[in-house]
Design a protein around this ligand. Sequence first.
Ligand code: DNO
Length: 357
Amino acid sequence: MNMTFRWYGRGNDTVTLENIKQIPGVKGIVWALHQKPAGEIWGKEEIKEEIDYIHSYGFHTDVVESVNVHESIKLGNEERDQYIENYKQSIRNLGEYGVKVICYNFMPIFDWTRTEMFHPLEDGSTALFFEKSKVDNIDPQELVKTVSESSDLSLPGWEPERMAHIAELFEAYKEVDEAKLWANLAYFLNEILPVAEEAGIKMAIHPDDPPYSIFGLPRIITGEASYEKLIAISNSSSNGFTMCTGSMGANPENDMVQVARKYATRSPFSHIRNIKIYESGNFTETSHYTSDGSIDIKGVVEELNKQNYDGYVRPDHGRHIWGEVCRPGYGLYDRALGIMYLLGLWDAFETNKEDSQ
Ligand code: DNO
């Protein structure tokens, strides 16, 4: 388990590399050129500048999250080939600077979606929250109208750039059902995977969050069946997954211990975090501690330990605790606690293993 921490870059994050340096066990920074619009080539100089800065703190820069996929690629329209060429060039450039894993997702229009960023928890902290009925009851047509006409209706995590084109995007996605989205993903993968292999990079697709269709848009990376389909598209060693316990685990039918058992070797990168799921389908983010949520974090780490997992791991979506003011889900304190829990579990399982030998 190679422990890492996601960082949004200088001037773009309340957490500093000095802060992260003081969390025991962190070896690398999960980074990105966050200002880069989806579809543009990541230039060598800008890559070098960022990684030199991160290296100066003694961290590795092996994992990038994310190189975002342009909407044309997901839609499969005539502009996609140009954007795929750009993506390939970014892969080559990142490979040249030693990057090993690129995390990406294939969610139409919206990345992760929550209805509340600072939902109060019983312990007095706040956390991200998803109210299923609220999302279910939003009529996509109304959504487009309201977002286009005013900025009154906006759910957290929606970027203004994308929202500016929301009407066109929804219109374009009318032609794209799940089967078409899969075909567009396959087209993209078959183009980029040979380049990734040559660059020494593993592509690691992130599951959809939450792992089901929202606003009538297709979502396809939702559980084990999706993983099997991905493997069927290409058995390339660069065709990898980001195992995210909180995203995929938001559907209680996904047993994340079993997912870890079956797919850890195909997951060069893991996001390990907990959520508490209610019967209504609502879920709230919690501390990483197994007893606080619905995901068997201890079981997942045990499984990874059994397999001597040497992939990159990061905690994710902390609560906002001790009065910290930060990016929602991305403060210092609770993610640091999460790391100590994950490393503690790992050490204990490691000792058990030695004892039983
Ligand atoms: C949320 C994250 C996602 C993730 C991307 C991966 O906080 O887990 O934004 O980085 O979906 O491409």
